[in-house]
Design a protein around this ligand. Structure first.
Ligand code: BES
Ligand code: MN
Ligand code: MN
Length: 473
């Protein structure tokens, strides 16, 4: 049967597929919030139920506990393994995705309730609609459509779905390592749909991701907050110290002032810059969409390289800082600064951690403050990853995109991280394809996250087409 019939079947069911996404978005599976842990567990059950209905054999792999900063332990969500088809004559595809989401509150500035999927102008607003519930459900939709048409899916599919991705995928690497010669043994290709297109309309395949290392800088000065009028001038102030330290880390254009970092970056290969030159990307539209006054460079290739293949440093926040409207004249007693560095080949998280912490300690000794200073890395660093885009797995992905969108996808990298990607590559020894179906303006992690109806439905078709293409390899 032809792909045309599959496309028709998917179109005919688009309303139901949107309802399915509505159900998933309604479960606030925020992995960072211990209070929401039961919702994450519920979300895993929900996905297992839907995969079982498609005929999959599901197993929830226990993942031990997570220790919270205050010492209490809470259960980590199990990892969901779901196997669809066990035909030894067929090849096996491993699909990874995540069912947890970033935090969201209406009061953050959402126009609608983040956990009520709201359709407007062809867009489906809701937390997780794009990252990553929409894409995970698209796999289910695609399989359902193929089954309804009695099309024999030409590969066995093994799902690995987790509930802690937005929190560093704690425990997943250990589980997968144990399964190297078990669940992962006969995998022939891997596919992850958890990235996005470079623009809003043209499809891409992603062959590289940056990793991430996260840092905390704690400074304690006095035993409680003080009135700045009464005590200002007499004490060494932690917030002033912290701002000085953080301000030493990078230049106005983002250049990182930690010399050891740059020595770790893989040199640019001959012909590499040309790859970036050839990508369809409108730098001025990008600037305008961001509402940015200027960008750190207006050279297209250089900008893409700064996003994807060079490290960047971002300061995220300060715990203990006064951040409400109005003027409060306080000297905070203790502050914790938070920043991260996105890492690229050949930077290793451990080496980056050592260099960054040593640098912070050196800065602190230059500051000459008597306050108590502690700099340390946060959750396990996510490793960076890149794949060979010439692999047949990528060719199958490209043919699937072409069959649905009518154009050859661009080959792109990403500045973001999916920490477990390289683990699949290393443990299976097989190629990992990142097959994005989301648009660049979906606003993952931000207010008003959305997925376009077009991306969700055509993305479902891409996955069906990809499964059919894999059968031809
Ligand atoms: N899906 C994203 C990563 C992503 C986004 C890749 C856009 C490509 C394009 C993933 O869910 C994510 O948010 N990753 C975190 C990882 C971190 C919490 C360890 C990130 O990159 O900040
Ligand atoms: Mn994601
Ligand atoms: Mn995310």
């Amino acid at each position: 049967m032809s792909l045309e019939a599959v496309k028709k079947e998917i179109d005919a069911n688009s309303h139901r597929f949107i309802e399915r996404l509505r159900d998933a978005v309604a479960i606030p599976s925020v992995s960072a919030d211990p209070e929401r842990r039961s919702d994450v567990l519920h979300m895993i059950d929900w996905a297992a139920k839907h995969l079982e209905a498609l005929g999959a054999d599901c197993q929830q792999i226990p993942n031990g506990t997570q220790q919270l900063p205050d010492g209490t332990e809470i259960v980590l969500p199990p990892v969901l393994f779901a196997e669809l088809g066990k035909d030894p004559k067929k090849k096996t595809l491993l699909v990874y995705g995540h069912l947890d989401v970033q935090p969201a509150e209406k009061s953050d500035g959402w126009n609608t309730d983040p956990f009520v999927l709201t359709e407007k102008d062809g867009k489906l607003y809701g937390r997780g609609s794009s990252d990553d519930k929409g894409p995970v459900l698209a796999w289910m939709n695609a399989i359902e459509a193929l089954k309804k048409l009695n099309i024999d899916i030409p590969v066995n599919i093994k799902f690995c779905l987790e509930g802690m991705e937005e929190n560093g995928s704690e425990g997943l690497e250990d589980i997968l390592t144990r399964e190297k010669d078990g669940y992962l043994k006969d995998v022939d290709f891997c596919c992850i749909s958890d990235s996005q297109w470079l623009g809003k309309t043209k499809p891409c395949l992603t062959y590289g991701l940056r990793g991430i290392c996260y840092y905390f800088v704690e400074i304690q000065g006095v035993s409680q907050d003080l009135h700045s009028g009464i005590f200002g001038g007499s004490v060494y102030e932690p917030m002033n110290d912290l701002l000085w330290v953080l301000s030493q880390l990078s230049a106005v254009d983002g250049k990182i002032h930690i010399p050891e970092i740059h020595q770790m970056v893989a040199p640019v290969k001959e012909g590499e810059r040309e790859l970036y030159e050839s990508i369809d990307f409108d730098i001025d539209e990008y600037r305008k969409d961001l509402g940015a006054f200027d960008l750190t460079t207006m050279d297209k290739a250089e900008l893409l390289m700064r996003r994807w293949r060079y490290p960047s440093l971002s300061v995220h926040g300060i715990e203990g800082a006064f951040s409400s409207p109005g003027a409060k004249t306080v000297i905070p007693a203790k502050v914790v600064g938070k920043f991260s560095i996105r890492i690229v080949p050949n930077m290793k998280p451990n080496e980056v951690d050592d260099a960054v912490v040593a640098h912070l300690n050196k800065l602190w000794s230059q500051r000459g403050s008597p306050n108590r200073f502690k700099a340390y890395p946060g959750h396990e660093g996510g490793k960076c990853w890149s794949a060979d885009p010439a692999d047949p797995n990528y060719q199958a992905g490209a043919r699937a995109m072409k069959a649905v969108f009518g154009v050859e996808p661009d080959l792109v990298r990403e500045g973001c991280s999916i920490p477990i990607t390289i683990t699949f590559q290393e443990l299976t020894g097989k190629n990992v394809l990142l097959l994005p179906i989301c648009a660049s303006d979906d606003m993952a992690h931000s207010q008003n996250e959305k997925m376009n109806v077009r991306n969700y439905i055509e993305g479902t078709k891409v996955m069906a087409a990809y499964l059919m293409e894999l059968g031809k390899l």
